[in-house]
Design a protein around this ligand. Sequence first.
Ligand SMILES: NC(=O)c1ccc[n+]([C@@H]2O[C@H](COP(=O)([O-])OP(=O)(O)OC[C@H]3O[C@@H](n4cnc5c(N)ncnc54)[C@H](O)[C@@H]3O)[C@@H](O)[C@H]2O)c1
Length: 367
Amino acid sequence: MKILCLGGAGFIGSHLTARLLKERHTITVVDQDHEKIQEWVGLDNLRIIKEDIRRPDWGLMELVQDADVVIDLIAYANPGLYVKMPLEVFRLNFTENLKIAEACVALKKRLIQFSTCEVYGKTPASFMNGHLLEADDPLHATFSEDTTNLIMGPVNKHRWIYASAKQLLERVLHAYGLEIGFNYTIIRPFNFIGPKIDFLLSENDGIPRVFSFFMDALLSGTDMKLVNGGHNRRCYTYIDDAVEAIYRIIMDVNGVCNREIFNIGTPGNEISIRELANKMQDIYVRRYPRTDAPLPQIVDVSGEEFYGKGYEDSDRRIPDISKAEALIGWKPQWGLNELLESTMDYYVDHVNTTQAKNVSPLKETHI
Ligand SMILES: NC(=O)c1ccc[n+]([C@@H]2O[C@H](COP(=O)([O-])OP(=O)(O)OC[C@H]3O[C@@H](n4cnc5c(N)ncnc54)[C@H](O)[C@@H]3O)[C@@H](O)[C@H]2O)c1
């Protein structure tokens, strides 16, 4: 299959590219970066185009025309950025992504669009401000693709622009499907984790995602900061499980993915961010004994202090994955401990290798 993979050098994209190469597909990756797929440069079935898709006339139509399927992973996908530059997040995640979708519509190509679990927003428990009976029942936080309402915060909590832009894009794809039979599939990832998830200390993107922030703190001894008490809960999914689901959607052997939305996540891996900090400390002490460095302190900070004004967050989100199970026969395999251990091993190994080469591991390493 000829696959156009936009954003194919990011965290998810680099793992997906690896899988597509292994399966001998022909892949064109368009990304403004290519460090995470550097190791495959020169392979016959991989073409890498280093491009900023915001540049006018960058050749989108020709590339879409040449592909059997288009996968769009390009987005700003970091909460620090939603607060810092909401307009730019809207422009990339909606306006530029819409151009990709409309190229697929015009050329009648199948599109696999990455959305987010953040489109579900908050739980009814948080929305009802403590007035919901049995508020902690997981049923209130279990989200299904085609029946759950989407609850966003107020406009002045501008962090929701990310989820709103993704939601609007989903609604436009749905409308194209409805009106002209456009063939698309939407994927809503629930907190994927694994090697290469982020740079440890990002110079350009500010604050990395939670796992990388905690990993960085463990390796450097700086504070592990818990935003608003770390009470929010997430369901982490290992990247290998995620790639398996994405690959099944791409191949769609039973022809069941057209105009469907899929939650891809691991309901059994729920953990609060506070528990995650503690668990990562436990794993770190058990797996990588170091006598020279004290464990970082776990300290509380407000969301506003950490991310800036306009921050708010989803309190809890558990994926209902019954659709993925029924239509593509997918079930995640990785438990929480093993996915954390595997990802932490990667970062510790990488930093050790970098130190052996005698360069500053955290400042100069882009992982
Ligand atoms: N990782 C997750 O758990 C998760 C959760 C929810 C949603 N998603 C969605 O999945 C998709 C991929 O996420 P990811 O974690 O791999 O993110 P990522 O940031 O690692 O990857 C995005 C890629 O897009 C590229 N990109 C950004 N702006 C670009 C531009 N203007 N021109 C060309 N390339 C550009 C980046 O260089 C990067 O390689 C995103 O749409 C994201 O919103 C991911």
